[in-house]
Write a protein that binds this ligand. Sequence first.
Ligand SMILES: Cc1ncc(C[n+]2csc(CCOP(=O)(O)OP(=O)(O)O)c2C)c(N)n1
Ligand SMILES: [Mg+2]
Length: 355
Amino acid sequence: MARKTASAAKRPAAPRKAARKSRKRAPAVADFTRDEEFAALRTMLLVRRFEEKAGQLYGMGHIGGFCHLYIGQEAVVTGVFMARRADDEVITSYRCHGHAIVSGADPKAVMAELTGRAGGISHGKGGSMHIFNTAGHFWGGHGIVGAQVPLGTGLAFARRYGGSDQVSLTFFGEGAANQGQVYESFNMASIWKLPVVYVIENNRYAMGTAVTRSAARPEELYMRGAAFGIPGEQVDGMDVRAVKAAAERAIAHARSGKGPYILEMQTYRYRGHSMSDPAKYRTREEVQKMRQEHDPIEQVKRRLLDKEWASAEDLKEVDAQVRKIVTAAAEFATSAPQPADEELWTDVYAQAGRG
Ligand SMILES: Cc1ncc(C[n+]2csc(CCOP(=O)(O)OP(=O)(O)O)c2C)c(N)n1
Ligand SMILES: [Mg+2]
């Protein structure tokens, strides 16, 4: 028998085998319990109300620079976080406010980062695209499209190398999925069987470019790892139950030493790419249809009402609690002081020996 090494324990599966392992739609989705439905509702509402408030503050001039909202995509981050272990690593693009909050970052500190204040999570020096919460295993917040994919792969390598069984959850957009560095990452992750789950947030647009115009085989991005023997799944990213179930499968696969896994989350962003995007590349009807027929929050509310697990009053109460948190965040973010001048000289270089 050939000698095996850690880096080549088993040859990656041939593409056809991988293709057979990949699946277009996940198996039937298990229902949530009442507690899970409420937890999902609270988290998704918190992200949505936070982003709506950020949009308002931007309009009022409190937030400058770029600001990419996550409205419409809440089920993706919520479902994945319901499946992750609290010490699994997470990294994403500039569309990062939701990921930070769901990782446990204080909404006040995230909002104050958007307004560039001293109480901001990056001390007011990073802004919307550079939000980190390493205590919650959230590694940002990256403005360069696709940059987080090799970094997330490196996180998986580092954790494996250190003897841990933590998994890296590496999120990126469908636009980023066309980048070369993504495939270099897939290749290394497959060879070394790294514990990384690649979560493609396919919201159908990369700035103003529709996925159907920019991607080869846009209907099956979950197959993008086939050449590397990486299995993939296409998931209804507007259904938080489907997201959680698929993420559980993917994380179990990665944690058990079988290597990387790809989840293509089919989702949609309701707002423009960033606050300065009038979104003229799509019709109002298209957005309205998604909101009316597929909204992730409305789906949970409907199920809670249909099953008589909640009354309309109960749902209003959840919203009221969430709004209180977001209002307090906005008040803090608009009243906190500006960073002190000395902050110009902090965090410029990493200290030697710091991990
Ligand atoms: C390397 C690089 N090229 C181009 C840009 C400009 N840019 C910012 S976001 C974006 C689109 C990315 O779309 P996608 O990956 O689908 O993510 P989404 O914004 O939809 O979440 C582009 C081209 C950039 N920031 N970095
Ligand atoms: Mg996109």
